[in-house]
Design a protein around this ligand. Structure first.
Ligand SMILES: Cc1cc2nc3c(=O)[nH]c(=O)nc-3n(C[C@H](O)[C@H](O)[C@H](O)COP(=O)(O)OP(=O)(O)OC[C@H]3O[C@@H](n4cnc5c(N)ncnc54)[C@H](O)[C@@H]3O)c2cc1C
Length: 435
């Protein structure tokens, strides 16, 4: 008998899991709470021909196998782009990353950055207990306080001292003194960002990478799993209907999964309550001129500018906008645990537009052809000091029950799209290996 495998979630992780199972000759059923597939990689086609993903999504995987799967999924119809990444700080536009591109910043600031960077290089680093200590040891106090610690408040919604360091990976470049000096003296620096090139579907937005597979798979949309009975192996959906399964793979957010498992013990429920994630309000704007800004994305450090990052879907593919126009996508982060969202989406979007005018990106006379705001409930996992133990406890419980978990929110990590896909494949392998 081939086992009936149920997969919760039709995002990249659900895609990876189902893809692997189909390769193995199985026909899994994917249950998705929303009325469309794609999860975080969903794409919205708005009026007048503007296309926006659910937050900026590009593929920068270096894994040739995943590159090939995605390329085949769109019959090779994708763009390959050289990443243009910027920073904005108090009216200055700075190439990314700031630490090796100080040229053009106020002399007084550059002197203090260099002085503190050199001092940090000579200090005994000692044990690093949190992200703030890591930043101060890596960059010196002035750079740490002026840029990444400010950005952390906007993006992670909390103080750097509240975060661990196990998520950093290649995300923050730790330079040698020579590189910092060269970037302070010259505007011509080499690219050291971990993303130099990326791919993006030419037509239909990022979700095109999933379309063909999802449209041929057994995807049950509008099926929110509201309860899991792991003993009887039954899923109950929000409308009261039920489905049985032999094996279960979940990519839904870990704290939500823990709470809907029949008979979950109190320590698991308590651990679920400790997990924090940021939420993001994505503000999408279509503008009536073609040249609004020439960067794929820009980080904003100033606390009085609401958004943390600004992206440009019209530069990812010219098919994302009508001719002669451009598009902007701003991300504003909140979290229930550290910075609850108290404004309406309209208020957030008004503030974003006002801040774009203040930075000189939008002009007073620009016509906004499309304005659209989306509230995404799970954005980035917040790696605070509660995370690791709580995740280990919940994962151990799921292992005991034989429920496989995957993806950014199933693993409760900082996974990119390719890693989420691979995580789904791993969950499928685990299920295939079960007796
Ligand atoms: C703002 C932002 C920008 C990003 N940009 C990039 C990028 O440029 N490149 C990149 O590689 N990665 C990027 N990422 C990461 C990327 O989005 C994730 O790695 C990936 O999309 C996660 O896929 P997933 O399937 O694990 O989760 P999801 O996409 O969240 O999929 C989970 C699915 O489960 C469904 N679900 C939840 N609960 C239930 C339930 N009870 N019943 C049924 N279904 C349920 C959800 O609706 C969802 O469709 C970005 C992330 C963010 C937050």
């Amino acid at each position: 008998m081939t086992p009936r495998v149920g997969i919760i979630g039709a995002g990249m992780a659900g895609y990876g899991a189902a893809h692997r199972l189909v390769e193995a000759g199985l026909q899994p059923v994917i249950y998705e709470r929303r009325d469309h597939y794609g999860g975080h990689t969903a794409t919205y086609h708005l009026e007048a021909g503007f296309t926006f993903d659910e937050g900026p999504h590009i593929s920068f995987t270096s894994d040739p196998r995943i590159q090939r799967i995605l390329a085949d999924a769109v019959d090779g119809d994708y763009e390959t782009l050289h990443a243009k990444v910027n920073n904005y700080w108090r009216g200055h536009w700075i190439k990314h990353p700031v630490q090796v591109n100080l040229h053009g910043l106020p002399t007084e600031l550059v002197v203090r950055v260099l002085r503190d960077f050199i001092a940090a290089q000579h200090a005994d680093e000692g044990p690093i207990g949190n992200y703030e200590e890591w930043l101060r040891a890596s960059f010196g106090d002035t750079l740490a306080e002026t840029f990444p610690m400010e950005y952390t408040r906007k993006n992670h919604t909390t103080e750097a001292r509240n975060l661990s360091t196990d998520w950093i990976g290649p995300r923050l470049y730790r330079p040698q003194l020579e590189e910092v000096l060269a970037g302070a003296l010259s505007a011509e620096t080499s690219d050291v960002h971990y993303i130099t090139e990326f791919r993006y579907p030419r037509h239909g937005g990022f979700v095109s990478y999933l379309r063909r597979f999802m449209e041929s798979a057994d995807v049950r949309l509008r099926h929110r799993v509201a309860a899991v009975d792991p003993r009887e192996r039954v899923l109950t959906f929000a409308d009261g209907t039920q489905s049985g399964y032999d094996r279960l793979i979940s990519s839904m957010p870990l704290p939500e999964l823990a709470r809907i498992i029949d008979g979950a013990p109190p320590d698991v429920i308590e651990a679920a309550g400790l997990l924090a994630a940021s939420e993001v309000v994505v503000v999408n704007l279509g503008i009536d001129r073609p040249d609004v800004i020439d960067a794929h994305w820009t980080y904003f450090y100033d606390p009085d500018i609401l958004f943390a990052r600004l992206s440009t879907p019209f530069l990812q593919s010219s098919h994302n906008v009508p001719d002669g126009t451009s598009s902007l996508q701003a991300e504003v982060y909140y979290s229930a645990k550290y910075r609850p969202l108290t404004m309406s989406l309209d208020e957030v979007s008004d503030r974003v537009v006002a801040d774009l005018v203040r930075c000189g990106i939008l002009r007073e006379e620009d016509r906004i052809l499309v304005r659209h705001a989306v509230h995404v409930r799970y954005a980035n996992v917040i790696f605070d000091h509660d995370r690791a133990d709580a995740v280990a406890l919940i994962h151990a419980y799921l292992d005991e029950l034989g429920i496989a978990y995957c993806g950014r929110y199933g693993e409760w990590g900082y996974l990119w799209t390719d890693e989420s896909f691979i995580s789904g494949e791993r969950a499928a392998d685990a299920v295939l290996a079960m007796p």
